[in-house]
Design a protein around this ligand. Structure first.
Ligand SMILES: Nc1nc2c(c(=O)[nH]1)N(C=O)[C@@H](CNc1ccc(C(=O)N[C@@H](CCC(=O)O)C(=O)O)cc1)CN2
Ligand SMILES: Nc1nc2c(ncn2[C@@H]2O[C@H](COP(=O)(O)OP(=O)(O)OP(=O)(O)O)[C@@H](O)[C@H]2O)c(=O)[nH]1
Ligand SMILES: [K+]
Ligand SMILES: [Mg+2]
Length: 461
């Protein structure tokens, strides 16, 4: 059966060249029907991986553009199908007209991610690699770029393949045990070795699952909550860090009612700065809700910027300590432009406290001390060294599958401990294997799952 031939614009608007991509059984013949070279050679005769200069005409023989056409022949293309790329002049008008000419000649407009979906369905890449393509396009910093590249190159997939191999080995050893269980002396002969193998698998799965915390932070921004009493200058600081007037600043206490957040990069790492409602006693229910949200954001953050404009009391420090257990807290003394802080050093050492990772002295208003604060934020993010070989889970779908896999391999270990027989254990092993297979899409992946994944791609990818 012939499949649909799809087409879409592959480049964003505004460039000097715009590329239209076509894929499917009729890609070459459809492109040929609107393309003409000087020597009238047909694209149908063209070899794979060749470039052809010529003209595009619409169905009424009107000249649309002078172009370069690339020909890929199945299976040697991105999608694994016959593919054509038409490089046009970057006018949105021209590109629309060429797309329309292709559709008139029998192409269908591609759905978001449909080229990559075809690449997956044709075995050019597995599902986690296809997802990496979207991550790569979306990567906005060094870390997320490296992680996406690593996943695209298949490092995560190979790791999963090793785990699956070990799980299969475990399964077959258990089956062997079952086969021999008539022989009393062989029963549970080598459970020790089986347990060691299962434990090894569990450790690896659990490490991968736990890496998501880091992976997610690197991809979506390390969460940094800006908290403190009203009017200390939290929103002014947010705007300063983001280099834009994101939050309303005023001298009225309780200006910020809700959480305001956005990302920015510091030294190649994305941080998510979260401005919160100033903390004070209030009768205002809406403001109170905002304050509760502030506490929640503080709990979820990796780093807390506790902003003060006068040195905090011991009582304040104690309360903050209780609320920020396990967080990196940077005590930020703001408004140093106002009061001359000659006593900075003295002040700092007088309240030097284990509760704080460090202290910073700034003027959010003038920008003084902000670079040092950024340095402190970066240093306290404890960003791991990442290279193209690093395997850190960044995708929530993979994280969920790993979490389920971890649960089932834990049950396997428990069952082994209490000496359950192999057939009861194999069911959990089977679930574990399935969960890992879902990540790369090795088994049948439902249309719903595929739909969920590819709908977030851009058209033309
Ligand atoms: N013009 C253009 N640039 C592009 C892409 C594209 O599709 N077209 N890509 C799209 O994302 C990326 C590159 N990815 C690609 C992946 C595979 C093949 C390909 O033709 N693969 C063949 C041949 C492999 C080989 O020679 O080793 C194959 O897999 O058989 C092309 C591009 C980025 N740049
Ligand atoms: N002199 C001086 N004034 C500042 C500085 N930072 C903020 N302010 C002023 O302090 C007042 C409060 O600033 P905001 O940024 O709204 O304070 P906030 O902590 O977000 O206040 P709430 O949202 O009400 O909790 C405004 O008048 C700011 O202009 C600073 O570094 N120096
Ligand atoms: K304010
Ligand atoms: Mg505010």
């Amino acid at each position: 059966m012939r499949n649909d031939t799809i087409c879409a614009l592959a480049t964003p608007a505004g460039g000097a060249i715009g590329i239209i991509r076509i894929s499917g059984d009729c890609a070459i013949s459809i492109a040929d029907s609107i393309f003409m070279t000087k020597n009238r050679k047909s694209l149908r005769e063209a070899k794979g991986n060749t470039l052809h200069y010529g003209e595009i005409h619409d169905g009424q023989a009107t000249l649309l553009d002078e172009v370069v056409v690339s020909v890929y022949r199945a299976p040697h293309s991105y999608t694994g199908e016959d593919c054509i790329e038409i490089s046009c002049h970057g006018s949105q008008y021209i590109l629309q007209m060429v797309l329309q000419a292709l559709i008139d000649a029998g192409c269908k407009q591609a759905q978001p991610g449909e080229f990559t979906k075809r690449a997956y369905l044709n075995g050019k890449m597995d599902l986690s690699q296809a997802e990496a393509v979207a991550d790569l396009i979306g990567s906005s910093n060094k870390a997320s770029h490296k992680l996406a590249l690593s996943q695209l190159k298949g490092h995560f997939s190979s790791e999963l393949a090793i785990l699956r191999e070990q799980l299969l080995k475990l399964t077959s050893l258990l089956e062997l045990e079952l086969d021999f269980s008539d022989h009393e002396e062989l029963e549970f002969a080598d459970r020790g070795a089986l347990t060691t193998l299962a434990q090894k698998i569990k450790n690896r799965i659990s490490t991968l699952a736990h890496s998501f915390e880091t992976g997610n932070a690197l991809k979506n921004g390390i969460p940094v909550a800006i908290v403190g009493k009203t009017n200390v200058g939290k929103s002014t600081l947010l705007n300063r860090l983001l280099h834009e007037e994101k939050a309303i600043v005023s001298d009225i206490h309780g200006t910020t009612r809700d959480v305001i957040e956005d990302t920015t990069t510091i030294r190649g790492i994305t941080f998510r700065f979260i401005d919160t409602a100033g903390i004070r006693k209030t009768q205002d229910t809406i403001e109170q809700l905002g304050i509760e949200r502030a506490y929640k954001k503080m709990e979820a953050a990796a780093i807390v910027l506790w902003v003060v404009d006068i040195p905090p009391s011991n009582e304040d420090i104690k309360e903050m300590e209780e609320r920020t257990l396990g967080k990196q807290v940077i005590l930020v003394h703001n408004k140093i432009d106002k009061a001359p802080h000659d006593g900075n050093a003295a002040l700092s050492s007088s309240i030097a406290n284990e509760a704080f990772a460090t202290e910073a002295f700034i003027s959010a208003k003038s920008g003084q001390g902000i670079r040092a604060l950024e340095d402190a934020i970066y240093a306290n993010a404890h960003v791991p060294e990442i290279d193209e070989d690093s395997i850190i889970v960044t995708n929530v779908r993979h994280y969920e599958a790993l979490t389920h896999a971890n649960e089932s391999i834990s049950r396997v270990l428990q069952s082994m401990e209490i000496g359950l027989s192999g057939d009861l254990i194999s069911e959990d092993l089977r679930i574990c294997l399935e969960q890992l297979a879902d990540i790369t899409g090795g088994q049948i992946t439902t249309n719903e799952v595929l739909g969920n994944i590819f709908q977030h791609f851009c058209i033309g990818k």
